[in-house]
Ligand binder design. Sequence first.
Ligand SMILES: CC(C)(COP(=O)(O)OP(=O)(O)OC[C@H]1O[C@@H](n2cnc3c(N)ncnc32)[C@H](O)[C@@H]1OP(=O)(O)O)[C@@H](O)C(=O)NCCC(=O)NCCS
Length: 179
Amino acid sequence: MTPMNLRLREWQEGDLALLHALLGDPEMTRFLGGSESPEQIAARHLRYVALAGTGTGHMLVILSGPSWVTVGSVGYWDKEWEGEGVYEMGWSVLPEYQGRGIGTRATELALDHARADGRHHSVHAFPSMDNAASNAICRKAGFRLLGAHDFEYPKGSWMRCNDWRFDLQPPNSPRPATG
Ligand SMILES: CC(C)(COP(=O)(O)OP(=O)(O)OC[C@H]1O[C@@H](n2cnc3c(N)ncnc32)[C@H](O)[C@@H]1OP(=O)(O)O)[C@@H](O)C(=O)NCCC(=O)NCCS
């Protein structure tokens, strides 16, 4: 198979239209609690632009070569999970680019990015149990399925999600340095 020509870059001021395409669309957000309002998307965009500066995660734009068109997003951020500091990761690929392996490859690149970031031992993803494509990404990228949990998202609506874990370092390696 030809290696896929993808790269990731940090979220920028000019990426608001991408966020509207990803989160303002009912089909794209079918397993994410439904589409967000323009106001919610604008506020989220500002959080994404600021995220790298907070030292608590990275929201990344997926670019596809050779002309480096914008095809989606993948990101990770700090989460406290079962008494442990971990990264949570999430991904989205624009409809016209889905089904070509981009989501899986971009997730692999984001796992490398999180390993280099180096603050936590593991990455968790929590796709809805009904989200076949997203669960397939977890399996193909090498996450381990740990079980299922109910999450309230958005407020008032409950979703059953799988808990997938990817170990960035061997289990007994020293805890990554913080600060
Ligand atoms: C989930 C998503 C990112 C997948 O992106 P993608 O680029 O199509 O993913 P890939 O091409 O790498 O495909 C991954 C696997 O999902 C499968 N898949 C893709 N679309 C599918 C669908 N609609 N139903 C079932 N399986 C599907 C692929 O066949 C592939 O598995 P396979 O190689 O074993 O056949 C994309 O569907 C998306 O953006 N969905 C909306 C946002 C979302 O739900 N994000 C997840 C939040 S946890």
